[in-house]
Design a protein around this ligand. Sequence first.
Ligand SMILES: Nc1ncnc2c1ncn2[C@@H]1O[C@H](COP(=O)(O)OP(=O)(O)OP(=O)(O)O)[C@@H](O)[C@H]1O
Ligand SMILES: [Mg+2]
Length: 262
Amino acid sequence: MGLGEILSSAALANGEGLVMNILELKGVSKSFGGLKAVSNLDLTISQGKIVGMIGPNGAGKTTVFNLITGFHPLDRGEVHFNGENISRLKPYEDCLKGIGRTFQIVKPFATKSVIRNVMVGAFCRVKTAKEAEEVAREVLEFTGLDPKRDMLAKNLTIADRKRLELARALATRPKLLLLDEVMAGLTPKETDDMISLVRKIRDLGITLFIIEHVMQAVMTLSERVVLLHHGEKIMEGTPQEVASDVRAIKAYLGEEYVVARG
Ligand SMILES: Nc1ncnc2c1ncn2[C@@H]1O[C@H](COP(=O)(O)OP(=O)(O)OP(=O)(O)O)[C@@H](O)[C@H]1O
Ligand SMILES: [Mg+2]
C-alpha cells in the first residue's frame, strides 16, 4: 500500500474521509400479517462508531437486524452499506460484503468444539480447513476463549456462549458487526468483561450496532442511542439525551409514571 492510500484509509478511520456512513436505512418497513414490526425507519451509522438500539420487548429491534442482514425481505425502503444498495441481498451475501451478526438466542453447534464453531464463521472468507483454523485461533485468542477451544459448545456457560457467538461473527471478518443482546443473562463482572471486549472490537476499526437491554452497557458504550417503540424510531441522541427524555421514560415505564412524577 502506498503512503497516499495509508493516509486516506487513516483519514477514513478518523472520520475525515468521503463515505462516512457505513450503514444507511431509508424508510425501512416490515409487517408480519397485520402487525407493523418496523415502520418507515430512517437510520444512519457512521464508520467506526458504536451505536446502541434500545426499546421495550417486541419493539422491533431484532427485526431491524433481520432486515439489514437479509433474513427477512423488506416490505418497503432501502438498506445501503458503504454506499451500496444491499436491500435485496441474501444473508450470506451480506456476510461477504462485511456485515457480521450475533443471534439473540444463541445457536452454537452444540456437539462441536468451540474452535469448530468459530471455523464455521471463518469459511466465509477462506477455503481450506487449515486457513479456517488459523483465523479461528486468532479470534479465540482475541476474545479470550482460547483456553476453552476444545470444549464442546454445549458445555459452555451462558457468558462463554455469548462470547462464542461473537467470536464466530468476528471470524467472518466484518466491517460492521450487529450484536443482539450479547450482555443478556450475564453477571455484573461478565458484563464488564463484555463491555471491554466490545471496545476492543471497536478499536480494530469495526463499526458496531448493538441491541441491548442492559442500560449500563448501552450507556457506557454507545456514542449514539436509537430508541425504538412499536416499530418506530421515537428518538435518537447521545446516551445522556435519551436517558433524560420523557419519551424514553414513557416507552419503558408507561404514561402513568411520567404523570406521577409531575
Ligand atoms: N418471523 C416473525 N413472524 C411473525 N411475527 C414476528 C416475527 N418476528 C418478529 N415478529 C413480531 O414482531 C414484533 C417485533 O419483534 P422483535 O423480535 O423484532 O422485537 P424486539 O424489539 O427484538 O424484542 P425483544 O426485546 O423481546 O427481543 C413482535 O411483536 C414479534 O412478535
Ligand atoms: Mg429481540
